[in-house]
Ligand binder design. Structure first.
Ligand SMILES: Nc1ncnc2c1ncn2[C@@H]1O[C@H](COP(=O)(O)OP(=O)(O)OP(=O)(O)O)[C@@H](O)[C@H]1O
Length: 342
């Protein structure tokens, strides 16, 4: 079964096209990365999948259900960590988890959920209004995995996380995937997607640029890795490396020479040629091609997050709120209970 299928999905806000003709299939059990700079249309896509906004054109199914006509069935089975989610500031972390457990009929223990995301029990007693950004993000992740969802949708999940938190989230994603959950993971932090995703889609300016495995993207982009050589010989003549098959570019800058290559086997001949030509090699390191390089190769941009950010218009058209529970129930229920504490 396909977990997500969109056909010609399009969203326009007046003159502004947020998403154009997106046709995409995410297979059940995949960890799928959805990449693009700020303003590329990632959140819009997720909002369309969850029926928080309505498409201008096209359609989508999620877990086999129509995203619009069968919204409740979709939201029951999907765990969501939305971008820019709201928490109920006066309620404790525990109360949030209880609420998620109730609305998703989850059977997990709140303490086990806290442990998974690395939140202290003491902190879970405090109102979330006192939480740091990373703590909020961890709580939101704990709520997203409640009830063993069939599909986990994570919109920019690593925002505010420290490196340990990023590792924790990565482990959670792997555990969920090993358990058969499909993971749809949007990010503009390109490097973080490579570690966990089976396939990635690159979205740019509302349009799908490409879909492939990381390996496939590397091969098709022709983006290779770089050998960086430290040398006291400044002003090196790059032509001394001419004729070594697989070397794609050489730049000398001060006491460093950067040699780009498509074939990893060129490293030894390059070092040999440099030494042979009288160049002192003090040190060298290998810089693997990053996803940023791939992004630049496919979109002709550097993935600058501010690049695609026109001012949003006053028009909203939002028909739901990306609440942390995926719109399962009204937040007032939690606010009411907040008065009595956890
Ligand atoms: N309610 C709205 N009204 C007008 N334009 C909007 C609205 N929502 C989104 N847009 C525009 O649609 C485009 C895509 O926005 P979207 O939030 O989907 O991007 P994104 O890839 O999720 O970005 P980010 O990485 O910043 O979350 C942007 O140009 C944005 O300004």
């Amino acid at each position: 079964m396909t977990a997500i299928e969109t056909t010609g999905l399009t969203k326009r806000y007046g003159e502004q096209t947020a998403l154009e003709d997106l046709s995409l299939t995410v297979e059940s059990g995949e960890v799928f990365g959805f990449l693009g700079p700020n303003g590329a249309g990632k959140t819009t896509t997720i909002d369309l999948l969850l029926d928080f906004v309505r498409p201008t054109d096209g359609s989508a199914t999620v877990l086999g259900y129509d995203a619009h006509a069968e919204t409740d069935a979709v939201r029951d089975r999907v765990g969501i960590l939305p971008d820019g989610f709201d928490l109920w500031e006066r309620s404790s972390g525990y109360r949030h988890l209880e609420f998620a457990l109730e609305s998703k009929e989850g059977t997990e223990s709140p303490d086990a959920l806290l442990e998974r995301v690395g939140l202290d029990r003491d902190d879970a007693e405090r109102p979330v209004g006192d939480y740091s950004k990373g703590m909020r993000q961890r709580l939101a992740m704990a709520m997203a995995v409640v009830g063993d969802p069939d599909l986990l949708i994570l919109d920019e999940p690593s925002g505010g996380l420290d490196p340990h938190g990023i590792r924790t989230f990565r482990e959670i994603i792997r555990e969920e995937a090993a358990d058969g959950t499909t993971v749809f993971f949007s990010s503009h932090v390109l490097g973080q997607v490579a570690a966990v995703c089976d396939r990635v889609a690159i979205l740019d300016d509302g349009e799908l640029v490409t879909v492939d495995t990381i390996e496939g993207l590397r091969e098709r982009s022709g983006v290779g890795s770089r050998l960086i050589v430290d040398t006291p010989n400044t002003g090196l003549d790059a032509t001394i490396l001419t004729g070594i098959d697989g070397v794609t570019d050489v730049t000398a800058d001060g006491d460093q020479v950067r040699i780009s290559y498509a074939n990893p086997a060129v490293k030894a001949p390059v070092i040999h040629r440099l030494v042979e030509s009288g160049v002192s090699v003090l040190d060298f390191e290998i810089e693997e091609a990053t996803l940023e390089d791939l992004f630049a190769a496919f979109t002709g941009s550097d993935g600058d997050p501010s690049r695609n950010r026109p001012e949003a218009t006053a028009e909203t058209e939002r028909v739901g709120t990306p609440a942390i529970d995926g719109g399962a129930a009204a937040p007032e229920a939690v606010e009411r209970d907040a008065e009595v504490g956890r």
